[in-house]
Write a protein that binds this ligand. Structure first.
Ligand code: GTP
Ligand code: MG
Length: 700
């Protein structure tokens, strides 16, 4: 078995976390802490945290109804709910989370849910969530699940899935205010528009996922292809199909596009009169809105090679949007869930990427490249991603995506407590007395994992370090660059007057350097003048590696990140096995893997700044790799480690080495120049070999 397709027996972990979730799962505890606290305590801690989070979200929903009222907080709460439907959590937790999600759908609140799904950005996870949600609605109509979608499910039993669906659907219907007088179609229209919205702001993969969920059959099942339907009733379905067709690749997904176009033409045959069963609306405004929507759809879907009337298109569109906006203002004052949601979806779609993306895509199809970031835990993968987000999307978006004071404080404390303890015990020969005042280390870690740490707590931690450390300055001089940085942040916090605690915000640099375990692969797209980079960041811990395979398809370049200071580290998740040996094993299996036979690989070596003569004399490399004979010489150690990796790929072409520090924005830019070079050289090599083959054929 490949070492990235992980072994289930190691998977004793029951909690999960996402890079953006505020649910602290067990992954936050280091191997050392896990050992100390023991399984029983850990399960207790996890249970408490999860239930607290779930109750908090439920309380907010009971109070306000819709999470959409709370902007970013609403998105985070929906992320928590989606996270908790994961099979890793206990069954009552999953069912309750799904119920709350369906309540949101039932009450027509999609904004936060859609944002949470998009932020999740892992196609596989999004697929799973959408599948469960679609099934909730679908099963109520007693229609079977298509067999290919069934294979994507996690390890839940059919009985549990059915129970979850029943709970979800029940909640959806209970909250759906007008469920008795609404037709099945109009209630489903809300959900269809929600899917259209997800696809519109998501990637090509999202469109593929929804198509693979057999969406046409779903539309047919709810009666959308019934020729007796009025054209206006089919708007939501048509919008969804158009959005899918637009997102898919006309060449790669030719079959899917053809089948969708077929569906669209069936829908076009619907009756042109609005049906009598529609809610009562001002017919003039309604007809105007419907006509505008239809026109927008047809403008958006014009063939790129034949953009007729292109000079007048933009003006027309502007005019249409204006009319729609007027209509939206009027419609939102009326009690019609369908109309509200149609208009909401249109406004969202216009504001988001569908409309904006359409233009450049039509004019100038960019070159899409898929860049995969792989490597063991804490080697710097997410730090690279953060630098890309910061430089491409700007400070505001970066900060809103990554700042979470609660987790920041917790992680900062943990990032100081454990390395300091290791440094004191191993390198200075005396133990740090953690029993500061009333609390000992075990209790402290327990508190850290469940309590909301405040800035005041961090200040107390720093003064405790000062009080217990014989010589902070000499200790700091021995610390590596990362520990020194964290101590300097604590010192900064120590100097804060208490009046500024509330307003304290981590700096951009703090957020870039803040480690938080990544769960599940997720994708971010960055567009430049020449390329569209689809960058995939994967979690490096063992439990995360079994998910890597889901993003191995069509990789343009793979970056394998390895930290040079891993040689004296043990795996966080197992607390014993040497982290560098594990990283070598994983690199070896990836180099041999059929998936990457012709993919360029860049071996990115990080933490060169932490591999110092001092570190090597305090923690000799030969203690872990007895073959090494270079002593405490950082250059010799660097060459030795690099050599170990390169030995594993000597019979394979297309591997290059790059040394960098992901904490530096400039170095990340240089890395991407390197990626471009690798891509250019691999495509010119492919062209060359194609020409050679042609020439040989010509010579007979
Ligand atoms: N000093 C220094 N620190 C580094 C370097 N590379 C990474 N780091 C730090 O190491 C930590 C790495 O964190 P992440 O990038 O989140 O780790 P990751 O590889 O995504 O880990 P997982 O999500 O668990 O797979 C951060 O605190 C970085 O600041 C380096 O070259 N020098
Ligand atoms: Mg990460």
């Amino acid at each position: 078995m490949d070492s990235y397709s992980e072994i289930a027996s190691l998977d004793s972990f029951t909690g999960t976390e996402t890079s953006r979730s505020t649910v602290p799962g067990l992954g936050y505890l280091s191997g050392k802490a896990t050992k100390r606290l023991g399984e029983a305590v850990l399960n207790g801690v996890d249970y408490l945290v999860v239930n607290r989070q779930l109750n908090r979200v439920e309380a907010r929903i009971r109070k306000d109804g819709s999470l959409d009222k709370h902007e970013a907080e609403g998105r985070d709460m929906c992320s928590i709910l989606l996270e908790l439907t994961h099979p890793g959590y206990s069954f009552p937790v999953q069912t309750k989370a799904l119920r709350l999600i369906m309540e949101q759908i039932g009450s027509m609140s999609f904004k936060s849910l859609a944002a949470a799904l998009v932020v999740m950005n892992s196609s596989f996870t999004t697929h799973r969530h959408l599948l469960t949600i679609i099934e909730c609605l679908w099963s109520s109509r007693r229609i079977g699940v298509s067999s290919d979608t069934a294979t994507i499910r996690d390890s839940m039993t059919t009985k549990k899935i059915t129970a979850c669906q029943a709970a979800g659907y029940e909640a959806y219907m209970a909250v759906f205010t007008n469920s008795n007088d609404m037709s099945v179609l109009s209630s489903s229209s809300a959900f269809i528009l929600y899917l259209a919205f997800i696809i519109a702001i998501g990637s090509k993969d999202h469109a593929r996922i929804i198509f693979s969920l057999d969406i046409s059959r779903f539309l047919e099942a709810i009666g959308l292809f019934d020729p007796l339907r009025s054209r206006s009733e089919t708007i939501a379905g048509r919008l969804l199909l158009h959005v899918i067709a637009l997102k898919l690749d006309p060449i790669q997904d030719a079959d899917a596009v053809a089948s969708i176009e077929n569906n669209i033409s069936t829908l076009k045959m619907s009756r042109s009169n609005p049906s009598n069963s529609r809610p009562k609306l001002d017919p003039i405004q309604y007809a105007d809105a419907v006509a505008s929507v239809e026109k927008i759809i047809s403008t958006l879907t014009k063939s790129p090679s034949n953009p007729s009337n292109s000079s007048s298109t933009n003006d027309d569109m502007e005019d249409l949007w204006k009319r729609l906006e007027n209509w939206y203002t009027v419609a939102s004052s009326q009690r019609s869930p369908l109309i509200d949601v149609v208009s909401d979806a249109i406004v969202f779609i216009r504001d988001d990427t569908l409309f904006r993306n359409m233009q450049p895509r039509v004019m100038d199809p960019p070159k899409d490249v898929k860049v995969l970031l792989l490597g063991s835990s804490e080697c710097g993968k997410t730090t690279i991603m953060k630098q890309l987000i910061l430089s491409h999307r700007g400070s505001e978006q970066f900060t809103s995506q990554f700042s979470d004071k609660v987790m920041y404080a917790w992680d900062l404390a943990k990032g100081v407590v454990f390395p300091l303890e290791g440094l004191m015990e191993k390198q200075l020969g005396y133990a740090l007395e953690w029993d500061w005042g009333l609390v000992d280390i075990r209790v402290l870690m327990r508190v850290l994992s469940i309590a909301v740490l405040s800035i005041a707590d961090l200040k107390m931690l720093m003064s405790s370090i000062r009080a217990r450390t014989r010589d902070l300055a000499s200790l700091q001089s021995l610390a590596d660059e990362n520990l020194s940085y964290r101590l300097s942040v604590l010192k900064r916090i120590e100097e804060l007057p208490s009046s500024e605690y509330e307003s304290y915000a981590p700096t951009e640099e703090d957020l870039v350097r803040w480690y938080i375990k990544t769960t599940g692969p997720y994708e971010e797209t960055f567009e430049t003048a020449t390329r569209n980079y689809h960058v995939w960041d994967c979690g490096g811990q063992r439990i995360e590696r079994k998910k890597w395979i889901h993003c191995f398809q069509d990789v343009s370049v793979m970056l394998y990140i390895a930290s040079l200071t891993d040689y004296d580290q043990v795996l966080r998740e197992d607390g014993e096995y040497n982290q560098m040996k594990e990283s070598l094993l994983v690199f070896d299996s990836l180099c041999q893997s059929k998936w990457f036979k012709i993919t360029p690989i860049i071996l990115v070596l990080t933490k060169r700044d932490c591999l110092t003569n001092q570190k090597l004399s305090l923690s000799p490399l030969e203690d872990y790799f007895p073959d090494y004979t270079g002593g405490p010489d950082e250059n010799a150690a660097f060459e030795y480690i690099k050599g170990m990796f390169l030995q594993l790929c000597q019979d394979r072409a297309g591997v290059s080495v790059h040394v960098m520090n992901p904490n530096s924005a400039e170095e990340v830019k240089t890395l991407f120049k390197r990626i471009d070079e690798a891509l250019d050289s691999s495509s010119s090599k492919r062209k060359l070999s194609a020409r050679r083959k042609e020439f040989q054929r010509w010579r007979g």
